[in-house]
Write a protein that binds this ligand. Structure first.
Ligand SMILES: Nc1nc(=O)c2c([nH]1)NC[C@@H]1CN(c3ccc(C(=O)N[C@@H](CCC(=O)O)C(=O)O)cc3)C=[N+]21
Length: 298
């Protein structure tokens, strides 16, 4: 029977730290500024973007949202990023992904100034993390939040633990693996071609599931006492709740894994809230750096 990791609570702790530090910055005349850019009207994206803007305001940030039409030319989006890069009131720029097909997402991401890249997606920040310069990098929010949950659970010394990351995306799997490696874990990154994934997962003291497949990781894939971090957010039909109803599940079969894990994150209420909290933390760090002030530790 596992300890259920309360991501909502840890996220609130992070937000409280950010809010306090923002008040201290305000005394020095600095207000952290976050710009969120969304292209098109995907309803799920709208919900996430709205909750980011709301949290930013609650922290005391200057928060701006740019909503562009789905058919906005790439050149217009690049021009907006150029303006935000040059705007001293903006310390963090987030371009909501995915972008429409006619836009080259890579080109847009790389146009963001690395100093304002609070998603940690630019080559400069990826390179800092990949070379172990974690302190100077902006680390992508989902793996950064997952790492904080792991540290709260197991302590800051993860040295020698075996970690398996299932999923190799640039936004979660790869940065997660780099963070765990920087923390001296023995890290294996698994993916769709991995042979005998269940057996590999059973070797993990820390198991991170980030594949985007509902409940793929089964209970018997989990080592007794392991820390299980479920990054998946999948909406599936829930006919038991009524016709047309849905519910959120992770990439881990929670009920089964709960029986064997030492600790496990729920969905919702696990990694999701941490993602937004770390965006606020990264924006605060960016504003602090710009002002030459030491940011708090998270
Ligand atoms: N450039 C960029 N950066 C992102 O960080 C980014 C993005 N694009 N595109 C979309 C994804 C998705 N994302 C989430 C954030 C919080 C929750 C979250 O708080 N989820 C709640 C539940 C929310 C619900 O009920 O639907 C939870 O897990 O408890 C989920 C998903 C950030 N994303």
């Amino acid at each position: 029977m596992a300890n259920i990791i309360d991501g909502k609570q840890v996220a609130e702790d992070v937000i409280a730290t950010v809010t306090k530090a923002t008040a201290t910055l305000a005394e020095k005349g600095v207000t952290p500024g976050l710009a969120v850019v969304i292209v098109g009207e995907d309803p799920a994206s709208q919900v996430y973007v709205a909750s980011k803007s709301k949290k930013a305001k609650a922290c005391g940030f200057h928060s701006v949202q740019h909503t562009l039409a789905a058919d906005t030319p790439q050149a217009d989006l690049l021009a907006l990023i150029g303006h935000l890069n040059a705007d001293p009131a903006i310390h963090g720029i987030l371009v909501q992904l995915p972008l429409p097909d006619h836009i080259d997402a890579g080109a847009v991401i790389q146009a963001i100034s690395p100093d304002k890249d609070v998603d940690g997606f630019t080559f400069v920040n990826v390179g800092r993390l990949g070379t172990g310069e974690v302190a100077s990098a902006f680390v992508p929010c989902t793996p950064a939040g997952s790492m904080l949950l792991i540290e709260r659970e197991r302590g800051r010394d993860l040295s020698g633990l075996s970690a398996v990351v299932v999923g190799r995306s640039n936004i979660v799997g790869k940065p997660m693996a780099n963070l765990l490696l920087a923390a001296n874990c023995t890290v294996t990154v698994a993916h769709s071609r991995t042979k005998d994934l269940p057996a590999l997962c059973r070797t993990a003291d820390i198991l991170v599931a980030a594949v985007g497949r509902p409940e793929m990781v089964r209970g018997d894939w989990v080592k007794e006492g392991a820390t299980v971090i479920d990054v998946g957010i999948n909406r599936i039909p829930a006919p038991e709740k009524g016709e047309g109803k849905t519910r959120l599940v992770g990439d881990v079969a929670f009920g089964e894994a709960f029986e064997r894990a030492g600790a496990i994150t729920p969905v919702p209420g696990g990694v999701g809230p941490m993602t937004i909290a770390m965006l606020m933390a990264n924006t605060l760090v960016s504003a602090s750096r710009a002002a030459g002030i030491e940011p708090p530790k998270f």
